[in-house]
Design a binder for this molecule. Structure first.
Ligand SMILES: NC(=O)c1ccc[n+]([C@@H]2O[C@H](COP(=O)([O-])OP(=O)(O)OC[C@H]3O[C@@H](n4cnc5c(N)ncnc54)[C@H](OP(=O)(O)O)[C@@H]3O)[C@@H](O)[C@H]2O)c1
Length: 294
């Protein structure tokens, strides 16, 4: 454990910060708290140091190829490889109920396309039997979709990257043309966010099919967590929400691969539309009202 190297993206605050704290607590040797903004990142590191933890810091803007590339080169040079990669950085739609093209592009860039950049530069330095955790959402379960064509294409066993990219492009095109059909989705609030997280879960399966070398890649829904993203609405604290990602990073058997997990550490079948695990926006909305009244 002491020699393991772990990286958590977007960890200057929120769930990522909680995951760094928990990994340090569990004795992982080199835990990288990363942030796109150096000042915010260093402040977060200082705050964990005051608690007696010793995370390391590196700048990382997940949508910037050069930033990802130079961090990967740094890790290779300094440690020879990487054992744990937690893809946590994420962005929610600027407006929760309206879908605009610019916003959809931005959300999908951060939550989906950045993962391909991380794959390009970080996967080559992953050590054998490394672990990758893609932080998705209940918005990422297949039951967020109703369009049968896309459900079938995304849940097939031999799914390929081109299937996931085609799904994302189909959505962006329909937003651009104003042809989004609400019957294609369980719900339309947070729509671009849902698409980005469904794509991330689908990509998890593609990555697992291809990666080899004993590496495991799983995705998870961290729960409805009180962070900036939810305007502090939620049912879980950051500390509670960091337990499941750390369980996947350190405790679960290495043979568990390409699966989708819930915040209570149970596995949920991602391909099963009957599970109805989609994000119910009224729950979010009601919780937001509670926060606003305080
Ligand atoms: N909170 C929930 O209820 C909930 C539920 C389901 C899933 N999730 C997922 O959990 C993850 C963490 O969310 P959170 O609630 O902790 O959100 P948060 O408090 O808003 O934190 C998001 C983190 O991601 C970083 N980030 C955003 N864009 C980035 C970029 N381009 N490059 C690098 N870092 C970037 C942010 O940095 P800055 O401070 O610089 O913005 C911040 O550190 C996300 O993937 C989210 O979708 C959250």
């Amino acid at each position: 454990m002491a020699e393991k190297v772990a990286v958590v993206t977007g960890s200057n605050k929120g769930i990522g910060y909680g995951i760094v704290r928990e990994l340090c607590k569990r004795g992982v040797g080199y835990v990288y708290l990363t942030a796109r903004d150096v000042k915010r990142g260093k402040e977060a590191v200082e705050s964990l140091k005051k608690e007696g933890f010793k995370p390391l810091f590196h700048q990382l803007e997940v949508t910037d190829k050069n930033s990802v590339k130079s961090f990967a080169a740094y890790l290779k040079e300094k440690h020879g490889g990487l054992d744990i990669l937690i893809n946590n950085a994420g962005l929610i739609t600027a407006n929760f109920t309206e879908t605009t093209y610019e916003d959809s592009v931005q959300v999908i860039n951060v939550n989906y396309y950045s993962i391909l950049t991380l794959q390009q530069f970080m996967f080559p330095i992953l050590r054998d039997n490394a672990r990758v955790i893609n932080v998705s959402s209940d918005c990422g379960h297949i039951s967020n979709l109703k369009n049968v064509y896309w459900i079938d294409r995304l849940t097939k066993e031999d799914i390929k990257l081109e299937d996931v990219n085609a799904f994302v492009n189909w959505f962006l095109d329909s937003v651009k043309k104003g042809t989004v059909n609400e019957n294609d989705f369980a719900e339309t609030p947070l729509l671009a966010y849902r698409i980005s997280k469904v794509a991330l879960c689908a990509l998890t399966r593609v990555q697992q099919n291809q990666v080899g070398r004993g590496i495991s890649i799983n995705s998870l829904h961290p729960g409805f967590v009180k962070t900036n993203m939810t305007k502090t609405a939620g049912f879980l604290t950051v500390e509670e929400a960091s337990q499941a990602p750390v369980y996947l990073a350190l405790d679960i058997d290495q043979s568990v691969k390409g699966k989708y997990f819930w915040f209570d550490k149970t596995e949920k079948e991602w391909t099963d539309t009957n599970l109805k695990l989609h994000c119910v926006y009224t729950v979010f909305e009601n919780s937001l009202k509670g926060v606003n009244q305080n």
